[in-house]
Design a protein around this ligand. Structure first.
Ligand code: PLP
Length: 384
């Protein structure tokens, strides 16, 4: 991430402070800028804070089952959680249908992306990514000396697997495929990824980030975790920050061939804490929460794309909990317009200077966003 979430929030809060937004009395006092606290969404604070639609969080979480164990875990916080981590690994290995030595837990999948950046980037390694894509891995890899080659997404804003394959050299150590891609939201099919992996030299590691896969669907759209039991070096990443709604708890995991999993595990800095581990286990079993969250997000996503189509605003086919669309104006104008309505939207993703990434919040938050969107389009068309 080139701009940290905290600094973006502070910048947004400053923009809001300088705008004509009328904060509610509690909102002014309780705003992140005023308290120095982390993000507090309007949904979480009963309307006090800004509506945060910029970080691809899931406002419905954590699940009821995870909430219960989080509050009950306090007495065991004085103990090291090694056995608890082992129990999570066992549960994940059952869920994935793979032996436990395929699973590596992390303090969020972000930690594992960085560990992969270190693993593949040190000693001048070469990494290939799409552009635009999620930057945590390539940014970290660059900082440890990697060369990062970027390949533009295709016309539909999907990974261009042919062009990525053509960019491979004998110096290439890894290829990062974010599927669905952040920020574009588009997917590539599992069969296309399998063919891509099979055509790569054996030394190249394919990293498939499936942070948003739980929101995706359609023909051939599925996890490629089964590739980790083949002969190629494939790492699949998952997180509890998205459909599980536990971004603040920090837990994620990787699935990989056991020898690759061991290399990755050796690069980690930390291990998840007892709250994260227990909440993750509980959330995996809360099927009612997971399916309800998916239904709500997908239904709100359809509302947003329907509105965008009516307003004739182009968008990339969204498969995550966010939508990437063309505002028709330089993004700063849209961002400022939304800030004045107390709504924080995504940052710039060059070269898509007019495009905005909007996270799908709760239904009332989506209502507020759509009202803002219609007002922006109205002001835009009457000004034209
Ligand atoms: N991968 C992608 C594609 C993301 O968008 C994000 C966060 O937004 C992450 C990974 C990091 O997630 P985590 O909270 O598990 O570190």
């Amino acid at each position: 991430m080139s701009l940290s979430r905290r600094s973006l929030l502070t910048a947004s809060a400053l923009a809001l402070a300088g705008s004509r937004v009328s904060w509610s009395a509690t909102g002014a006092a309780g705003s992140p800028a005023a308290t120095g606290a982390g993000a507090t969404s309007a949904a979480a604070t009963g309307g006090a804070g800004p509506i945060i639609l910029c970080w691809n969080e899931n406002p419905y979480g954590p699940s009821p089952a995870a909430r219960a164990v989080l509050s009950q875990a306090i007495p065991v916080a004085c103990r090291y959680p090694d056995d608890e981590v082992d129990a999570l690994v066992q549960l994940l290995s059952q869920k994935e249908g793979l032996s436990a030595d395929h699973i590596v837990t992390g303090t969020g999948s972000g930690e594992l992306l960085r560990a992969l950046g270190l693993m593949c980037g040190r000693d001048s390694g070469e990494l290939i990514t799409a552009d635009p894509t999620y930057l945590e891995l390539p940014d970290y890899a660059s900082r440890v000396g990697a060369t990062v080659k970027t390949v533009a997404v295709d016309k539909a804003l999907r990974h261009d697997l042919n062009a990525m394959h053509a960019a491979v050299t004998d110096r290439t150590r890894a290829i990062y495929i974010c599927n669905p891609n952040n920020p574009t939201g588009t997917v590539v099919g599992a069969s296309a990824i399998a063919s891509f992996v099979n055509a790569l030299p054996d030394h190249v590691t394919t990293i498939v980030d499936e942070a948003y896969m739980d929101f995706a669907g359609g023909q051939d759209v599925r996890t490629v975790a089964s590739l980790t039991s083949g002969s190629k070096r494939v790492v699949v990443l998952r997180t509890f920050s998205k459909i599980h709604g536990m971004a603040g708890v920090r837990c994620g995991y990787a699935i990989a061939r056991p020898d690759v999993a061991k290399q990755l595990a050796d690069m980690r800095m930390t291990s998840p804490n007892v709250f994260a581990v227990r909440a993750a286990r509980a959330s995996l079993g809360d099927h009612a929460f997971l399916s309800d969250t998916r239904r709500r997000i997908v239904s709100s996503r359809t509302r947003i794309t329907t509105e965008l189509a009516q307003l004739r605003m182009p968008y990339a086919e969204p498969q995550g909990n966010f939508v990437f669309f063309d505002t028709g104006k330089p993004l700063a104008q849209f961002t400022e317009f939304m800030h004045k309505r107390n709504i924080l939207v995504g940052r710039r993703f060059p070269p898509f200077e007019n495009w905005c990434r909007i996270t799908i919040g709760t239904e009332p938050e989506v209502d507020a966003f759509l009202q803002g969107l219609r007002a922006f389009a109205g002001a835009h068309s009457s000004a034209a």
